[in-house]
Design a protein around this ligand. Sequence first.
Ligand code: CU
Length: 240
Amino acid sequence: MRFASVVATLVAAVAVSAQNQTMTIQVGAEVDTQGGIFQFIPNSIMAPNGTVVNFRFSGIPGNHSVTQASFNSPCQPLAGGFDSGWVEILQNTTGGTPLPSWNLTITNDQIPIWFFCKQLLPSPHCPAGMVGVINVQPGANSLSAFRSKAQSDNSPGQEQGGLVGMGASASADPEVPSAFATLFKGTASATATAPAGGSGSAGGAGPTNSAPSGGAVSLGLNMNLLVLVLGVLAGGALVN
Ligand SMILES: [Cu+2]
């Protein structure tokens, strides 16, 4: 009997929230936001089937993802899970431009939908607390337990998921205003924001310039090739 009344209360609560079929989750925050940059706000919602969860990439500047995980591996992309890809937001110089956003529709509200941000720079966001859940099940795994697990995983997985996930799916990539934001999908090296490659190619200029003869030119070319290879290796190291 008591269980039935609890269920009735929950159903009523869900029905109220379902009146508005769109719910918003903020992705990333500002330095001076309580709780810091690395968070989803709110980080836990209850969303019945058909709800459109509108993720708004609002940390400016920032570079974040919404990537599905399992409870047991909070910072690793779930096989067959959804993934927004990385959305990089530069300074919004245009003012008033709509923020990048991504719509995810809930297709199974009987399972918890765990997610995290897979960004590694400047430090991994997931272990810092950038995790969340939709439809946590009462009496089962909690968000606080998920967050605790996340803290011990300092190597968030970088695989790219799809639009269709477990319990939720999107019909399109994030909408990204080109004026001040960019969408990256694929491997992490695509997002490798400058440091590795940039410094590598700058170092290549030295030996080439100091070489007057023909033989030295080919040495210079080889040096450029070496630098290129080193740059790629450095990029790979970043990924790992
Ligand atoms: Cu992030």
